[in-house]
Design a protein. Structure first.
Length: 338
């Protein structure tokens, strides 16, 4: 797909960005995009005090509506960090204005609307990307690079407990889990040889905010365990292969590998070796993130940087429309099975 560059991106490699949503994620997007070679020049939020506060911190403009931002701020890319129900309309509006879009997950409520937006982005010659940042983490890249050490793959599993449910109330627990689902599904899409299309699922919904899903695809078993109330908070991706396993701490972005040795000595020493490797990986990861000024949301900076590089070069987005749609379709299947 040929990407038509906007005037400001033709003039310089520094991309000008606008951010819709001046809450927590808007703050972190502003932090990351500056380090990815962008400049935030405008914020839009119905809460004008929040928009003004962030705008002042970043020497940017503040608007109370996306209409005003798109009309008055010459941006190349819009970051959408608003509640999920607003994503589709805002993304469509930005694409119609000739602006690239990077939106928090889920991109839209369902696969049908996701396909509609992707078609519009293609027609407008603009990139449309959901924030599936976990596949861009350093630990995930390490596992992908060394996947042959584990192969053949037998099982992929994500276990996540989040503190987000404390703020939603009982009625918000299931929507929160639905909003989280793109993360494990995008990881599976990234690691399955043929992706998620054709995967089969069985779903348990024992109580609000609790999802247990078992699936299979290409003779690889899949498991998702999401909890809006479980403690401690954690987010882990486990990969089990016939020749070894890997464990990715998705909250912190590092990976630990285990070999496939089965001797008596290895069985005795396994907890000590795993603990030592985890301590080493966590320490190196903390040092790297501190040096790179990445205090939160590992993978977000790498995703934005890859997206901005693609915009500058007129190349396809770092996540393909097929991958984005496969995740949306799988999410629809799981939600419909609750």
């Amino acid at each position: 797909m040929k990407i038509t560059k906007t005037k400001s991106s033709q003039a310089a490699s520094l991309l000008c960005a606008g951010i819709a949503g001046a809450g927590l994620m808007g703050q972190w997007h502003a932090h990351a995009l500056r380090r990815a070679g962008g400049r935030v020049i405008a914020f839009a939020d119905v809460d004008t005090s929040s928009a003004n506060s962030l705008a002042q911190a970043h020497a940017a403009l503040a608007f109370s509506s996306l209409d005003d931002l798109l009309t008055r701020a010459p941006i190349d890319v819009l970051h959408i960090c608003t509640p999920p129900a607003t994503h589709e309309e805002m993304a469509s509006q930005a694409l119609d204005a000739g602006v690239h879009v990077l939106a928090e997950k889920p991109l839209t409520p369902d696969a049908v609307s996701t396909a509609r937006l992707l078609e519009k982005a293609h027609a407008r010659g603009r990139l449309l990307l959901p924030v599936h940042q976990m596949v861009f983490q350093r630990g995930m890249r390490q596992v992908k690079t060394h996947l042959s050490r584990l192969a053949p793959l037998l099982h992929l599993e994500v276990i996540a407990t989040t503190a987000g449910g404390e703020k939603t109330g009982a009625e918000g627990l299931d929507p929160l889990v639905a909003d989280i689902l793109p993360h494990p599904l995008s990881i599976f899409q990234h690691f399955l040889p043929e992706g998620l299309d054709g995967s089969e699922w069985s779903v348990l919904h024992p109580s609000p905010g609790e999802l247990r899903a078992q699936g299979q695809a290409q003779r690889i078993s899949l498991a998702i365990n999401l909890s809006a109330r479980g403690r401690p908070t954690r987010n882990v991706f486990n990969i089990i292969g016939a020749r070894g396993s890997a464990h990715v701490d998705l909250y912190h972005g590092f990976a630990v590998f285990e070999g496939g040795q089965t001797s008596r000595t290895q069985k005795i020493m396994r907890p000590f070796g795993l603990a030592l490797r985890t301590l080493t990986a966590a320490t190196l990861n903390l040092a790297t993130r501190t040096w790179q000024n990445e205090p939160a949301y590992p993978g977000l900076l790498e995703l934005i940087r890859a997206d901005y590089d693609a915009i500058r070069k007129g190349e396809p987005a770092p996540l393909s429309p097929l991958d984005i749609l496969a995740v949306a379709r799988a999410r629809d299947r799981l939600i419909s099975a609750w």
